[in-house]
Design a protein. Structure first.
Length: 317
């Protein structure tokens, strides 16, 4: 398998890309699946699981086709790292196989996607600990050593880049970027915020981006924000600071609930897809380089379609 875009990401040339929505919440609340540890990667081990994942991504690709948009395929590997894998009974050999199988599946989906282009494949990684809590205190060196394993597996596949999402401390973000640079993989880092627009450890959003760039010599391809409603971080964007130009993507939550409230929720809060689409149109005016549009918890293909309707020209318009 060859990486098609690793040497030059279409996003770097300003190409706007849709991406998917809240994979795990869709699978749990809409498809009725049980995902221990909020992990979707075990689905790769069965024919039915792979069929479910393919159908999920193809629903989103159809929206990209309708809006003449490129697409960013994110692998279902947010939990497919050593510590989480151990909780699910998977050792390093299992995890290597499943991470590589995830990229192979996305490569097949890209091959069969018809007219949608460009399609970029991303190896998705998550935090070592809970994505809502800065509960795994690591130095940047420790984070680099931990995440190097999963990033190294992706480097041996058709993945065009690595995307780390729901990161809640600067040290972990810095370690991830350094590990990707060592593996010669383009890397995107996405921080999450609480309802006050700060990282879960209290770091202001802009300060987190600035510190990360400073500690990595600007090695990340770009940054994103995910797993928070636009209302939670909108005020943090009300500045003319240079870091705004480094934020190229947003994967927002459908719900305005806090992380703690979402953790305790027994029913899905899908919010209002049309309203979220309009929120993205507003974000597009605030973030001068916004070019990756997707969703996180509670969103599904309806929210992505609303974003596309508000931010992309429909090909039949």
């Amino acid at each position: 398998m060859l990486a098609l875009h690793r040497n030059r990401l279409p996003q770097a040339d300003g190409t706007p890309l849709l991406t998917d929505s809240g994979l795990e919440t869709t699978l749990i609340f809409l498809d009725g699946l049980d995902l221990p540890c909020f992990a979707s990667y075990p689905l790769l081990d069965t024919v039915e699981g792979r069929r479910t994942l393919r159908a999920y991504f193809e629903r989103h690709l159809a929206i990209a086709a309708d809006h003449n948009s490129g697409f960013l395929l994110e692998s279902p590997t947010w939990r497919a790292s050593r510590d989480w894998g151990a909780e699910l009974g998977h050792g390093p050999a299992d995890l290597e196989r499943l991470n590589k199988a995830a990229i192979a599946l996305l490569a097949e989906i890209r091959r069969d996607a018809g007219a949608v282009a460009p399609i970029v494949i991303s190896g998705n990684i998550g935090p070592r600990g809970d994505g809502y809590q800065p509960d795994t205190a690591m130095s940047a060196d420790e984070a680099q050593a931990f995440h190097a394993e999963q990033i190294g597996w992706f480097a041996e596949t058709a993945a065009d880049l690595v995307t780390a999402v729901t990161i809640c401390t600067v040290n972990e973000g810095v370690g991830i970027i350094r590990a990707a640079a060592a593996a010669e993989m383009p890397v995107v880092l996405s921080y999450t915020t609480e309802t006050d627009g700060r990282l879960p450890d209290g770091t202001p959003l802009g300060e987190a981006f600035e510190q990360t760039d400073m500690m990595t010599a600007g090695a990340a391809a770009y940054y994103m924000i995910n797993c928070a409603h636009p209302d939670h971080f909108r005020a943090a964007l009300e500045t003319d600071a240079a870091w705004l130009k480094r934020v190229w993507g947003v994967r927002a939550n459908a719900s305005r609930l806090s992380h703690a409230e979402l953790d305790e929720a027994e029913e899905l809060d899908a919010g209002n897809p049309a309203e979220l689409g309009r929120d993205y149109a507003q974000l597009k005016r605030v973030l001068p380089n916004l070019r990756v549009y997707g969703g996180c918890c509670g969103t599904d293909h309806r929210h992505i379609e609303a974003m596309a309707d508000c931010c992309f020209q429909h090909q039949n318009a």
